[in-house]
Ligand binder design. Structure first.
Ligand code: FMN
Length: 188
């Protein structure tokens, strides 16, 4: 190979390296997504896990230090939710500030957000984040609970926050994936 040929190959390789570095800079990284949820009986957890798969997200389960299982605890849980009481949470395992999109999930308790989720929202400044809310109920109240969550998160743009309200009958393979897909499209 002559000297000129070597020079041509060298220049070509340099150009290739520069253009591939430039291209890498141009491709925006996928936003980091965190799914934060509270679940007492597992329904909201099921949805959170499906959302984490769809969004390629990390999962943060909120653990309420207050006992929520058993008849007396059930009644106290309802009262706390209706009164808008806060609670004490176990420390988080992820830092929400490291994420661009945060999906927040709650069961509906008499049409209210759970104390654990209310506490999470109150303790973190999420005003700069893209937010979606999701929730489950047996039959009633989930739309109200999610609109309450959205208002706590951003009173001035609560109506714009994508929302995924679900009933137990929706948590089946014939229904859930399409609802999650519609939610995903809203947040993309
Ligand atoms: C304190 C409390 C209040 C509830 N209130 C209602 C209600 O008003 N209407 C309803 O259909 N389900 C109600 N539920 C049922 C939950 O909303 C439903 O089972 C939800 O999917 C539970 O989510 P989880 O399994 O993630 O804990 C209530 C449950 C609890 C513990």
């Amino acid at each position: 190979m002559g000297k000129t040929m070597i020079k041509v190959v060298f220049v070509f390789l340099c150009a290739l390296m520069v253009s591939s570095a430039w291209a890498q800079e141009q491709i925006p990284e996928k936003p980091k997504v965190l799914v934060v949820y509270y679940s007492r009986e597992g329904h909201t957890k099921q949805v959170a896990q499906e959302l984490a798969k769809k969004f390629n997200a990390d999962l943060e389960q909120l653990i309420d230090k207050k006992k929520r299982i058993g008849p007396i605890a059930f009644s106290a849980a309802g009262k706390d939710a209706v009164a808008g009481n806060l609670t004490k949470l176990e420390p988080l395992t992820h830092d929400p500030q490291q994420y661009e999109i945060i999906l927040i999930g709650t069961p509906s308790w008499f049409g209210n957000v759970t104390p654990a989720v209310r506490t999470f929202i109150t303790q973190h400044d999420l005003s700069k984040k893209r937010i979606g809310v999701f929730g489950t109920t047996h039959l009633t109240g989930v739309e109200n609970a999610l609109s309450q969550a959205a208002t706590l998160l951003a009173p001035d743009r609560a109506g714009e926050i994508p929302s995924l309200p679900l009933r137990h009958r929706d948590l089946v393979p014939e229904v859930l994936p399409s609802k999650i897909d519609a939610f995903y499209q809203q947040l993309k």
